[in-house]
Design a protein around this ligand. Structure first.
Ligand SMILES: NC(=O)c1ccc[n+]([C@@H]2O[C@H](COP(=O)([O-])OP(=O)(O)OC[C@H]3O[C@@H](n4cnc5c(N)ncnc54)[C@H](OP(=O)(O)O)[C@@H]3O)[C@@H](O)[C@H]2O)c1
Length: 246
């Protein structure tokens, strides 16, 4: 899967939503999915960043993208229901969701972890992911072949000191993925999996490891093979797995 070679038309006619699409891994995934034929719905909180990705997609001649500006920290059930209604009207179905948006919070011992930051991290990384998934499930059900991908982390499989809410939120993400995958086990149209990107050259990584030389980590573009594999038809039989992009 690390060297998966996606056919050029892998995602032709697919409608794929990517959260956190304005930067880092989400931006690379949105561009990569569009390059393979998908109509990508770019969701994020910073409009200028989403506009820049939209323009890149347009300039490259890929299928026209759509933009949804939404702050996942403050969005509630009604926002997600409205979003689902808009997407239903506009597209009628969703063939793929990449839950990629995430926030790091602070790196500090549990003893001194700020409860306000804890709530923010859980809201963005877990609660909003659950609400968005729930709101869009009927739209993925309408697809003949849908893939839902959650984003995990190494500290979502083995807890490490000072990773606080971020690590706990990624454990919860793995749990959400497993529960949903099991519920949909007999629904052959939808598969649900998680990706651990591994150390990747993004702003989040730089914030977590300020002293590290970023050149030592792969770029988001370099870890795209697994993102393409799990989104496309070659992974149809894969469900409930937590996979490493590196
Ligand atoms: N990079 C790594 O080494 C690494 C390793 C393991 C796991 N991950 C995971 O991979 C995913 C992508 O991370 P990244 O490294 O690409 O980080 P990044 O460059 O910081 O990108 C995170 C994205 O999430 C969006 N986001 C954050 N808070 C949001 C909110 N409240 N509402 C809507 N969007 C929000 C950001 O939007 P703005 O740009 O507008 O803030 C940004 O587009 C995350 O889930 C992260 O936990 C990354």
């Amino acid at each position: 899967m690390y060297d998966y070679q996606a056919p050029e038309n892998l995602l032709q006619d697919k409608i794929i939503l990517v959260t956190g699409a304005g930067s880092g891994i989400g931006r690379a995934a949105a561009l990569s999915y569009a390059a393979h034929g998908a109509t990508v719905i770019l969701l994020g909180r910073t409009e200028e960043k989403l506009n820049a990705v939209y323009d890149e997609i347009e300039d490259a001649g890929y299928p026209q993208a759509a933009i949804i500006t939404l702050n996942l920290e403050t969005a509630g059930e009604t926002d997600f229901d409205n979003l689902a209604a808009t997407l239903e009207q506009e597209f009628g179905r969703i063939d793929g969701i990449l839950h990629n948006a995430g926030t790091l919070g602070i790196r500090t011992p549990i003893e001194s972890y700020d409860p306000v930051v804890w709530q923010q991290v859980m809201q963005v990384n877990v609660n909003s992911t659950f609400m968005l998934t729930q709101a869009l499930l009927s739209l993925t059900n309408t697809s003949e072949d849908a893939s839902i991908i959650f984003t995990s982390s190494g500290v979502g499989r083995k807890g490490k000191a000072f990773w606080g809410a971020y690590a706990v939120s990624k454990f919860a993400t793995e749990g959400l993925m497993q529960v949903l995958a099991d519920e949909l086990e007999h629904n052959t149209n939808i598969r649900v999996n998680a990706i651990n990107p591994g150390a990747t050259r993004t702003d989040m990584r730089a914030n977590a490891y300020p002293a590290e030389n970023p050149e030592g980590n792969p770029t988001p573009q370099e870890i795209m093979p697994l993102y393409l594999y799990l989104m496309g038809r070659d992974s149809r039989s894969v469900n409930g797995q937590s996979l490493n992009a590196q």
